[in-house]
Design a protein around this ligand. Structure first.
Ligand SMILES: [Zn+2]
Length: 366
């Protein structure tokens, strides 16, 4: 980045079983009229605590709207034409990644202050300044870059602990990629302040998952809000989001936010049985093993694989329903993806294929 003038806005958050109690204090300088937009299930789960919290905070609700069902520009446009959005000072986005990303685009285009209310802990969408957009046919439409992340993220642990287990489990798998991917992608990059900050924060992304992950998953199953569960939720939603904001340039002049793990995920989308039968974070978790194999980080790979075996993450291609003769189609897709270039040395198809096959051999031997 060559310019000397720039802003870095980092995410802020409130977490806990009573997180919504902070709404009044946090939103006070942004206005009094709020539009609440979210997923249907998410809204039904959040409303019993969110609506009284809004009332206590002296906020007037212009309307409560469904986001449309997917993160598309079409859904964002429908919302932008809704008078309840125009009348509001604040936008509250409630739900999972796709609902929150749609609301981020709406708030950004409408010039409103945006606050995120995640109801699942499966990704860092509630704390990043990037929205992952899809086309109406469900295919990837690209990234939308916002000027800044949500003003604040309210993580209600009681609601998170009541969300689907598999989404949380997959969220851990996705978060496992952040440290090794951002480190590899930025290893030979120019070491200026924002990237150094991102690399430093990335160092605290994997360890809490390896230390607390197994206990957090067990607690989640019991719907018990514990210290370990909260540490892992913070890892998935906040730590990875902080790294994302530091490793993705708003002007797109650099991108160190993902690497070989997401390269594996994005290339594997050419195989329908993989994307239809497995969650994003589950596929990415195997991609983490591919990255560690490619980068010859074998000691860390042993530690991660040990955690995977105890908690049900994939360690072989068969675990993802990928047959050996389908690998070439995955490899062919890879060079067209952003992550192909997120490595210190130029990647080759042969090296990527070898890393995948070696990971499979390693996984089969566990
Ligand atoms: Zn991901």
């Amino acid at each position: 980045m060559s310019q000397s003038d720039y802003s870095l806005v980092l995410p802020a958050f409130t977490i806990g079983a009573q997180a919504y109690d902070a709404i009044g204090r946090i939103t006070t300088h942004f206005g009094k009229k709020v539009v609440i937009i979210g997923g249907k299930t998410a809204l039904s789960k959040a409303k019993p605590s969110l609506l009284p919290a809004c009332e206590k905070a002296g906020l007037t609700i212009t309307d409560i709207l469904w986001y449309g069902g997917d993160a598309t520009y079409e859904n964002a446009d429908v919302l932008l034409h809704n008078p309840a959005v125009a009348q509001a000072d604040l936008v509250f986005g409630v739900g999972g990644g796709r609902a929150i990303d749609t609301c981020k685009v709406v708030a950004d285009k409408a010039g409103k202050a945006f606050f995120a209310f995640p109801t699942v802990a499966s990704n860092c969408a509630p704390s990043t300044s990037i929205a992952v957009m899809y086309k109406v046919d469900k295919s990837f439409a690209g990234y939308y870059y916002l000027q800044q992340p949500p003003v604040h993220t309210f993580i209600n642990m009681a609601i998170i602990a009541d969300s689907p287990y598999t989404l949380f489990w997959a969220g851990i798998g996705d978060a496992m990629s952040k440290e090794c991917e951002s480190e590899l992608a930025s290893r030979t990059a120019e070491k200026f302040h924002t990237v150094l900050l991102g690399r430093a924060i990335a160092k605290i992304c994997s360890e809490p998952l390896l230390t607390y992950g197994e206990k957090a998953l067990a607690d989640f199953k019991q719907k018990e809000v514990t210290y370990e569960l909260q540490q892992v939720v913070l890892d998935i939603i906040i730590s990875t989001g902080l790294v994302s904001n530091c490793t993705t340039a708003p002007d797109q002049s650099y991108y160190y936010n993902s690497s070989i793990a997401h390269l594996f995920y994005n290339s594997s989308t050419v195989l329908p049985q993989v994307v239809e039968g497995h969650l994003h974070g589950e596929i990415v978790s195997f991609g983490v093993l591919v990255l560690l194999t490619y980068d010859k980080q074998f000691a860390l790979r042993d530690t991660v694989a040990d955690f995977y075996k105890k908690t049900g993450y994939p360690t072989t291609l068969a675990d993802l329903d990928i047959k050996a003769d389908e690998i070439d189609a995955v490899i062919e897709k890879a060079p067209s993806l952003t992550e192909w270039n997120c490595v210190p040395q130029p990647l080759t198809k042969a090296a990527f294929k070898q890393a995948i096959l070696d990971t499979d051999t390693f996984g089969k031997a566990l």
